[in-house]
Design a protein around this ligand. Structure first.
Ligand code: CA
Ligand code: CA
Ligand code: CA
Length: 125
């Protein structure tokens, strides 16, 4: 179960936060799956409510965005974030730590503030 999520009406976007999770978590917003290696959660990505925005835990997370406009925050840890969906408008925050994150994104996606300074950014059209 996602530790802190909130549900809204079908079709609306929701956000979930995993800030209290210390294990690395793998989240795929496109396929609607989340796992910490022990427990898994799946959700319906066809009918919503859609999870667009996610904040990872303090471990090294692997977060894959969807074709929707996502706001992804890796939080602490050396995270791998992929919002390369050939659509601009995603926002990535690499967290306030010095662990090296790897971000794959479209040129039109945005890195929030200077949070991704020193991280590995792979940005393509
Ligand atoms: Ca996206
Ligand atoms: Ca993390
Ligand atoms: Ca994108």
């Amino acid at each position: 179960m996602l530790p802190s999520d909130s549900m809204t009406a079908p079709g609306e976007a929701i956000a979930c936060g995993l800030g209290s999770v210390t294990n690395g978590v793998t989240i795929n917003l496109a396929t609607g799956t989340e796992t910490d290696g022990t427990n898994s959660v799946t959700w319906d990505t066809a009918n919503g409510p859609f999870i667009e925005d996610v904040t990872g835990g303090s471990g090294a997370d692997n977060i894959m965005g969807s074709t929707r406009a996502n706001i992804v925050n890796g939080y602490l840890g050396a995270d791998t974030i992929n919002v390369k969906d050939n659509t601009p408008g995603d926002i990535v925050n690499c967290g306030s730590d010095t662990a090296t994150d790897t971000v794959t994104k479209d040129d039109g996606d945005t890195l929030q503030g200077n949070s991704c300074d020193g991280d590995t950014i792979i940005s393509t059209p």
